[in-house]
Design a protein around this ligand. Structure first.
Ligand code: GUN
Ligand code: ZN
Length: 434
């Protein structure tokens, strides 16, 4: 890939964290800007005349008044659950038993896994999501299928085989030994191949014995470049059960700490009900939280404390996530909108710059990929979403009264869907264009 390409349009980048320095200081906006891409990487970003003067001979795509931003990053999703999205009437533990485990049981079949993985990735791209941190199922075949589908599209994706050796149907359990052997083989097969990243994935404390959590910790120590993902404090019944199973742990997060499952590169899904000690311990360890708002409302889990975790002097690392298919949408607009609504119900208004940050840089940081994806800057990978700011009559009407960039971004967050994603570039290659 040697093509040299310039995209013209409005440009949105982050020079800092809007929670820390405020939206004005954190966001750079060029209303007449350009991005220069070469060999899949960004060479320059900024005002159009300056970028064009450097990019002699490049081909040019004019995106007019559209907003060019980093592709969205979803730091927690379950691709095998896509077929049961929008399943009625349960909360977490019943939902897992009634809908989730039965569908996950079907992913020992490579052809079926690949078909769903392809569908999932196409949905991601339609919605401008260019990187996700994904759970497969307990079956190694489900990981092979996902990474093959990712490589076929040149994507930067993270995925891992779910580890479960108790409190799940027999068809979905592995053992301490098979979980170790299969995970190790999958890391050797896929981590760092193409743009793929392996994520060691003990499902949660309820479905792994202490021995298996020990194994997960050992695997992570042996492969420190991989990610580690699991679930934490999503639902009160779940939390009570964890306390029964691990009576010696100080709290739920303490279970994971005991087994070496915390630190930079550890991503904890949900984290709604945290004690003060857990908040401090998560922050001090450098672990990250995946906030999954559409899931938290849909399966009735609870309201995430964005203000208490992010809008403070020493914040916790947080990324935004769809959690498909506890979550109800692969649209990052729907996910940002839900994050806004959940925060509102807690008496806190999530600024559009902060929501956009969480959906790009925040999730990339959670995945330790902030130097590669989630923002537009020289040297970073050219995964890009181009957003039509007037994609529906209603948005167009609302935009007529928009007085600032923040109004414009907020209108997208509240009103936009996949129709707003006009073009998507993966490593500089156009994969969606409408
Ligand atoms: N906790 C353990 N497994 C899951 C899952 O698949 N989805 C959600 N939302 N929570 C979980
Ligand atoms: Zn999940």
């Amino acid at each position: 890939m040697t093509e040299s390409l310039v995209l013209k349009g409005q440009i949105l980048t982050f020079s800092d964290d809007p929670f820390a320095v405020g939206p004005e200081a954190a966001v750079t906006h060029h209303s007449d800007g350009a991005v220069w891409i070469e060999d899949g990487l960004i060479r320059a970003v900024g005002a159009k005349p300056e970028v064009l003067s450097q990019a002699q001979g490049a081909s040019i795509v004019d995106h007019g008044n559209c907003l060019i931003t980093a592709g969205f990053v979803d730091c927690h999703a379950h691709y095998p659950q896509l077929p049961i999205i929008a399943s009625y009437g349960t909360q977490l533990l019943e939902w897992l038993e009634k809908y989730t485990f039965p569908i996950e049981s079907t992913f020992g079949n490579t052809t079926y896994s690949r078909e769903v993985a392809d569908f999932f990735l196409e949905e991601c791209l339609r919605n401008g999501i260019t990187t996700s941190c994904v759970y497969a199922t307990v079956h190694p075949e489900s990981v092979d299928a996902f990474f093959e589908a990712s490589i076929a599209r040149g994507l930067r994706m993270a995925c891992g085989k779910v580890l479960m050796d108790r409190n799940a149907p027999e068809a979905l359990t592995d053992t301490e030994q098979s979980g170790y052997d299969q995970t190790k083989a999958l890391i050797e097969k896929w981590h760092g191949v193409g743009r793929n990243v392996y994520a060691i994935s003990p499902r949660f404390a309820l479905t792994s014995t202490p021995a298996q959590l020990e194994v997960a910790g050992a695997l992570w120590r042996e492969h420190p470049g991989t990610l580690m993902q699991t679930h934490l404090s999503e639902n009160p019944k779940e939390i009570n059960w964890v306390a029964e199973l691990f009576p010696d742990a100080p709290d739920y997060f303490g279970v994971y700490e005991t087994f070496g499952l915390s630190g930079p590169g550890a991503i904890f899904g949900h984290a709604i009900y945290l004690t003060k000690r857990e908040r401090t311990a998560i922050r001090d360890s450098g672990s990250a939280i995946a906030h999954c708002p559409t899931s938290n409302t849909f399966i009735g889990s609870g309201l995430f404390d964005m203000e208490g975790l992010r809008d403070i002097d020493q914040p916790v690392s947080v990324g935004l996530a769809t959690d498909v298919a506890g979550g109800t949408s692969l649209s990052m607009f729907a996910t940002m909108r839900s994050a806004y609504e959940v925060a509102q119900l807690k008496g806190y208004s999530l600024h559009p710059a902060k929501a956009w940050y969480l959906a790009t840089v925040g999730s990339a940081r959670a995945m330790r990929l902030e130097d590669r994806i989630g923002n537009l800057a020289p040297g970073m990978e050219a995964d890009i979403a181009v957003i039509d700011l007037t994609s529906t009559p209603l948005i167009e009407r609302r935009m007529a009264g928009a007085e600032s960039l923040w109004d414009a971004l907020f209108a997208q967050i509240i009103l936009a869907d996949d129709r707003a994603v006009r073009s998507v570039y993966v490593a500089g290659n156009s994969v969606k264009s409408t």
